[in-house]
Design a protein around this ligand. Structure first.
Ligand code: ADE
Length: 459
């Protein structure tokens, strides 16, 4: 690859004689040439800049000087793809993706501006025509004194991708910002000898020799780092590259993965009185989806009007001794909720006799509602809501006894719901009849033992 850098400070780029880039030059992998822009100035003072048209502070680099310099540099016949790079804080961000793209070019010319930048006509002029791409690139959202540091960055980042420059090409695969299906994460932390230093031990798993566990630990660390430091990268993750373990790490940090979408941050929190309107809207949107097709619209709407109105939710939210509401919220609003009804007495019997047997007169709380927008089905949000609902009842004591059972009724025809409750530890314990509008429905009753035992018949 050929790279030409044009600058008023050629000495700035002396560092490119060192290390791997220096070696790549000596090995002939990289033909790097640095030019002094002032060689193309035409006055005694070798002037390259002038005052800005329209006024304002600072000086602007002259297009005629740059034009002569670039024409000369580009006059050398280099076959293949040619890119003129102009570092500027107002350029597109330099990313590993762009670096990889640039590494595929045959000739890069880097035009280092100083002062207030280069006359805008230069980039325009060289963009015309098919033989040269012009990319204005920024290292980041901060201002440097000129493009030389950016030139150093581009040359080093590109050169290390050229074949034969980095000794072990495998090290390019796992590092931060690697692209590809496993990419998009920051790199995991690394350790070397001594195994203990300053009272700090290397994580045990790294000494275990267990390759699969090491790989999993590293992946977890990479995910956690990325979640803590770079939410923008989490939002850009490819869902197809995320396995079950990845998803549970993300969920622990409040990120959930709707099917076919990148991760979304979802907060699960206790409902508050101002949520009542939004809860009623969410309930009206989600309840009909859980109803069997034989139910009439009128019955469904009657149920919504009586049990899921803003006024009802306001009542639930105002009475935490009786009701506990948890909501799942994104930046766009509520996407799910649960309602737990706490028992008033240890004897308060759930609907089904079987449940009463299970309960053994232990206080039993009802998971009265758990609903989620369909977009979030299969994202892990339901599980998080359920855990929050369980945590809600964990320390509730009724008649001097802790709540020992969480139970729920779900329409007998809703197999999908039953399967997911089963996965969450609920077991079927009986049946009940449930009134929806004018229709009496068959519900399956399921329960989970909160004391660590198994819910089910005869226990
Ligand atoms: N020149 C001045 N600031 C710069 C930046 N942030 N990136 C690239 N070139 C620059």
């Amino acid at each position: 690859m050929r790279i030409d850098v044009v600058t008023i400070f050629p000495a700035y780029l002396d560092a490119l004689e060192l290390s791997l880039v220096g070696k790549a030059r000596r090995d002939g992998v990289l033909d790097l040439r640095v030019h002094d822009l002032r060689d193309w100035a035409q006055d005694r003072h070798r002037t390259v800049d002038d005052t800005p048209f329209g006024g304002g502070a600072g000086m602007v680099m002259r297009p005629d000087v740059w034009g002569r310099a670039l024409d000369d540099v580009l006059a050398d016949e280099v076959h293949g793809r040619r890119v003129l790079l102009v570092p500027t804080p107002s350029g597109e961000r330099l990313t590993q993706r762009l670096v990889e793209d640039l590494a595929g070019a045959d000739h890069l010319v880097v035009a280092c501006g100083r002062y207030e930048g280069i006359d805008a006509r230069v980039a325009e002029h060289y963009s015309v025509g098919p033989s040269l791409e012009v990319r204005e690139v920024s290292l980041g959202d901060y201002v440097l004194n000129g493009g030389e540091v950016a030139a150093l960055v581009v040359v080093e980042a590109v050169a290390r991708l050229l074949p034969g420059v980095v000794g072990n090409p495998e090290s390019l695969v796992e590092e931060s910002h690697a692209t590809g299906p496993q990419g998009g994460l920051l790199e995991y932390p690394v350790y070397t000898k001594p195994a203990e230093w300053a009272g700090r031990a290397v994580p045990d798993v790294l000494l275990s020799g267990h390759h699969a566990r090491v790989a999993r630990w590293r992946r977890d660390q990479a995910l956690e780092r990325t979640v803590r430091r770079r939410a923008d990268l989490v939002r850009a993750l490819d869902p197809d590259g995320l396995d079950r373990d990845d998803r549970s790490v993300l969920a622990r940090h409040g990120w959930f993965v709707p099917p076919g979408e990148p991760p979304v941050p979802v907060t699960v929190r206790a409902g508050r009185p101002p949520d009542s309107e939004a809860l009623a809207r969410l309930a009206a949107a989600t309840f009909p989806l859980a109803c069997p097709p034989h139910l009439s619209q009128a019955d469904v709407q009657e149920f919504i009007a009586t049990h899921l109105s803003p006024e009802r939710f306001a009542e639930y939210l105002a009475d935490p001794d009786r009701y506990r509401v948890q909501v799942a919220e994104t930046a766009q609003g509520l996407v799910g909720y649960t309602l737990v009804v706490l028992p008033r007495t240890a004897q308060e019997a759930p609907y089904a006799a079987d449940v009463a047997a299970l309960v053994h007169a232990r206080p039993a709380a009802e998971l009265s509602k758990i609903y989620l927008l369909p977009r979030f089905h299969g994202s892990g949000v339901a599980r998080a809501l359920l855990e929050a609902a369980r945590a809600e009842v964990a320390d509730v004591v009724v008649d001097g006894r802790p709540v020992g059972v969480l139970w729920l009724g779900t329409n007998a025809t809703n197999r999908r719901a039953q399967a997911s409750y089963r996965k969450a530890g609920f077991a079927p314990v009986g049946r009940r009849r449930f009134q929806v509008g004018g229709s009496l429905e068959d519900d399956v009753v399921m329960a989970v033992d909160l004391t660590g035992g198994t819910a089910g018949h005869g226990r």
